[in-house]
Design a protein around this ligand. Structure first.
Ligand code: NDP
Length: 324
């Protein structure tokens, strides 16, 4: 037997239950991973509360982890027993001491990157990768806005955008988070209590920015649009404050022929070769030292509920790992 965090009904952090479960056996095309670290992500909150629907109930929650392959199913050729692997997408089931996953969803972690770092960075880091290189490929010299700049994805976005030659305006809720974002390269930090569009206009000499990366959703959507230059791109990639609904398309015309998109990592890594390329790009930038992964909180996996409380209360910075 082994242990996992299971959800039997949607609700608060108290619905994350530490249970004894049978150790899973890999089927054809699957690998079993003895997990060394599990990544905490905001999407776990959405699945816990029911904002996003899990395919089954009860379910083992979690998207991201890293560890050692200790069994492989029939037909698995490119991953072998003993490989250290990581993953960052469905099928869910990461909050577990031992889990099976599809072999084509895991990547081998290179030497020099610990399992803890891999579990902390795969989902947030691959998100930063596709946002900056594919959704809106930034160019050197551009000024961009990054919301929640001291958070998991945010702190990686700030560093990576700087490495690509951008000027970064970050938003954060506290002076402590502002100091952290600045220490990681943010050129300007605007507190959430301030008028963001006014600050952006001031910083850009009235021009606005070509892109806003917005993970906050409901609370920041309109202000983000008001930061954009004509024909600018609003990348709405998360709902930390709640989802954006009931949006009048005419607003995009009135505010300057703007674009809005709502991308997800899953779409950008559906094909195995895209997943591997995205992961390799992340491994490279981390190994180069241009992007540092900040594991600023650690919890025992059985205490995942406490980690969710901290994340939702905006008490975390950088990345958080759960140790099985
Ligand atoms: P973060 O570490 O960024 O934590 C969320 C942060 O959002 C908080 O620290 C807080 O920063 C800010 N925030 C603003 N308003 C609220 C609110 N009402 N409640 C809680 N937090 C708020 O989390 P992650 O890095 O894990 O994820 C960031 C976002 O990116 C999430 O929305 C997530 O869903 C999304 N995401 C999307 C992906 C995609 O492919 N589309 C993939 C990965 C993540 P502050 O206090 O400074 O305002």
């Amino acid at each position: 037997m082994t242990h996992a965090i299971r959800v039997h009904e949607h609700g608060g952090p108290e619905k994350l239950l530490w249970e004894e479960v049978p150790r899973p056996e890999p089927k054809a095309g699957e690998v079993r991973i003895r997990q060394e670290a599990v990544g905490l992500n905001y999407i776990d909150v959405y699945f816990r509360t029911g904002l996003y629907k899990a395919p089954t109930m009860p379910f083992t929650i979690g998207m991201e982890g890293a560890g050692l392959v200790d069994a492989i199913g029939e037909g698995v050729t490119d991953i072998k027993i003993g490989d250290r692997v990581a993953y960052a997408s469905g099928p869910m089931g990461a909050y577990a001491q031992s889990r099976v996953n599809k072999a084509d969803r895991v990547v081998v972690v290179p030497d020099g990157i610990s399992s803890e770092t891999a579990a902390a960075m795969m989902l947030q880091g691959m998100t930063a990768q596709y946002l900056l290189h594919s959704t809106y490929p930034v160019k050197p010299g551009q000024t961009i806005v990054v919301h929640a700049a001291a958070g998991g994805v945010g702190l990686i976005l700030v560093q990576w955008a700087k490495a690509l030659g951008c000027t970064v305006i970050g938003t954060v809720s506290t002076p402590e988070k502002a100091a952290l974002a600045k220490a990681h390269g943010a050129d300007h930090v605007v507190l959430t209590s301030e008028d963001l569009p006014a600050a952006v206009k001031r910083i850009t000499g009235g021009a606005g920015v070509p892109v806003v990366y917005d993970s906050v959703g409901k609370d920041t959507f309109m202000a983000s649009l008001d930061c954009l230059a004509p024909r600018g791109v609003m990348v709405s990639y998360g709902n930390a404050s709640g989802p954006v609904t009931g949006f009048d398309l005419g607003i995009l015309a009135a505010k300057g022929s703007l674009y809005v998109c709502r991308p997800t990592l899953g779409t950008y890594t559906t094909a195995r070769e895209d997943l591997v390329a995205c992961a390799n790009s992340l491994f490279e930038v981390v190994k180069s030292g241009k992007v540092k992964i900040n594991v600023n909180q650690r919890y025992a996996l059985k205490d995942a509920g406490q980690a969710h409380i901290a994340l939702e209360a905006r008490k975390t910075t950088g990345s958080t790992v759960l140790i099985p």
